[in-house]
Design a protein around this ligand. Sequence first.
Ligand code: KIV
Length: 267
Amino acid sequence: MSANKVTVSTLHKMKADGEKFAVLTAYDATFASVVDECGVEVILVGDSLGMVIQGDETTLPVTVDDIVYHTRAVSRGSNNALIMADMPFMSDATPELAVHNAGRLMQQGGAHMVKLEGGASQVEVVKRLSELGIPVCGHLGLQPQSVHKLGGYKVQGRGVDAAEEILSDATRLVEAGADLLLLECVPSQLAAEVTRSVTVPVIGIGAGPDTDAQVLVLYDMLGITPGKRPKFTHDFMQGSDSIQAAIQQYVKAVKEGSFPAAAHCFL
Ligand code: KIV
């Protein structure tokens, strides 16, 4: 392993030292190599690929085979970044299924960690994966795989009960062995509270400036996603003369805390 390789321990040390880290999605070897060379610590092979690569309306049709294929390409293209692969819809519905499918993402795809959506209902799954030595990132807040139950892509954790549920889910996932957490579209104040209350690094998207790290979908931050861009994204190509310069700007803005700004956050 090269000395610059990012590991789960690197990210935990960064949290302990108060140093923020940057996460971006990538789905192919060329972009993975650019993102890696620009100093992004974690590359997420997200099931957002169902929407931005495959053109579907949701992430639900994405399969384990799809994620294995794209993760393998990303792992060939990157050198130092930690590669996190999403567990697709229903691929983690039981501990047995999750072990089988996470094993494929790591063995066939070359992922270093898996990410899965869900709180209390995923405690047993996270526990089993963790016992078997599979690093896990728990995804709380807006869970796009539940879009039909939620009735749309809406901010989560507003109101006392909803906020308490997310705080409790965060604690339970970490106690079960989650190595990282990701919070999507929650009020900034709640994200700050979760980040303070857990020992593991928290990655945010639409979760305000106080999480330990930020993630964006690559095509959103390059300003090439068609249609209306979500409030929490920013087009880093504005004022940059190359893709590399835009990604470097993103990394710098995350590390110095200037992204996200108030305009990207939810109350
Ligand atoms: O699939 C994905 O890209 C994600 C991010 C939006 C966090 O889960």
